[in-house]
Design a protein around this ligand. Structure first.
Ligand code: MRU
Length: 340
């Protein structure tokens, strides 16, 4: 099952807000619908956002009534600007838009039909590559997992966060497929519970043993010697190896360091953004306070209370043992080696 797919002239995606209660699909016919699905977290996770962004351009081209490719190009530009305003942190969203717009620009001198074709083909290629890349990343990272290991992961860096297979969960899946017995500790991941709702759902489906803990239990579980390694995904990796990922990742990295537990980040090279030189330059998304002050219609805090709700944090490179990509496993300080 794919998290997101381009079907004829619409996008079909799993609505991640209703899992694990229901497995439901939503359809998006245009860029505005995709933008709203992203803002409402129906689709989330850096690589999945890249696929959604590129497919938003594909449906724009497919539904365009333009008779001139210059007009269609302007429609694609407007769709790009709308999608760029949805979520600022995940590099893949911007990389995918830039990649599709680059081929569109190269074809703008041709016919409308040609322009439509290259945009759709590029979006489909991004989704297909995503799956291949995750499988290769899994193969590269699985060597870091030993027989009988327990891996702690945060948020959801699985098939749901990608097109299929996953990054951090892809590495765990690959280790299991190599015949290693591996179990997982998943943090619930406040405030939107991607860990408890999505990661446990995926692992249960695959028959990989998983234990759910609250975010605040990480230090205690580590101190009891119950974690062999940590693997998380990433939303953006700066040129110096600093990593932005789901809020709480930094705290887990500090605790892993304190307990001498290896801390790995698994991400495609499209998440590495060398133009962002360090984590300080990464824009952190702040989300609505209501995500913190209420849950399923129940009030969790008094009215009028001040709330800060950062969706991501930055883990400095010196707390990261290795970065796992489809091009190999690298020291965070040597990311250049992945591109040579
Ligand atoms: O806010 P989200 O759910 O989009 O955040 C997702 C994460 O932080 C993931 O860990 C990250 O995107 C990596 S997904 C392979």
């Amino acid at each position: 099952m794919r998290t997101i797919q381009l079907k004829n002239d619409y996008i079909e995606l799993i609505d991640q807000t209703v899992l694990p209660k229901r497995l439901e699909f939503v359809r998006c016919q245009n860029a505005e619908e995709v933008a709203q699905a992203i803002e409402q977290m129906k689709i989330r996770g850096a690589p999945a956002l890249g696929a959604a962004a590129s497919m938003a351009l594909a449906v724009t081209a497919l539904h365009s009534r333009a008779s001139d490719s210059g007009v269609m190009f302007r429609e694609l530009k407007a769709a790009t600007n709308r999608i760029k305003r949805t979520r600022p942190t995940a590099a893949n969203l911007f990389m995918a838009l830039n990649r599709v717009m680059k081929v569109a620009e190269e074809s703008v001198a041709g016919s409308v039909k040609e322009l439509r074709k290259v945009v759709v083909e590029e979006a489909e290629a991004i989704a297909e590559e995503n799956v291949k890349i995750n499988r290769e990343m899994g193969r590269q990272g699985a060597q870091l997992i030993q027989e009988g290991n327990t891996v702690l992961t945060h948020c959801n860096a699985g098939a749901l966060a990608c097109v299929d297979y996953g990054t951090a969960l892809g590495v765990i899946r690959a280790a299991r497929d190599q015949g290693k017995e591996v179990s997982v500790i998943a943090t619930e991941t406040r405030p939107l519970f991607q860990g408890s709702r999505l990661t446990t759902w995926e692992l249960k489906h695959d028959g990989i043993p998983v234990t759910l803990i609250i975010d605040g239990a990480v230090g205690h579980i580590m101190s009891e010697g119950n974690v062999d390694l940590v693997i998380v995904g990433a939303d953006r990796i700066a040129g110096n190896g600093d990593v932005a990922n789901k809020i709480g990742t930094y705290s887990i990295a500090v605790l892993a360091n304190r307990h001498d537990i290896p801390f790995y980040v698994a991400a495609p090279t499209s998440t590495i953004d060398p133009q962002t030189r360090s984590g300080k330059e990464i824009e952190i998304e702040y989300r609505d306070p209501s995500e913190v002050t209420s849950l399923g219609g129940h009030k969790l805090a008094p009215d009028g209370i001040d709330v800060s709700n950062p969706a991501f944090d930055v883990t400095p490179a010196n707390l990261i043992t290795k970065i796992i990509t489809e091009n190999g496993v690298s020291e965070p300080s040597e990311l250049d080696s992945l591109f040579t």
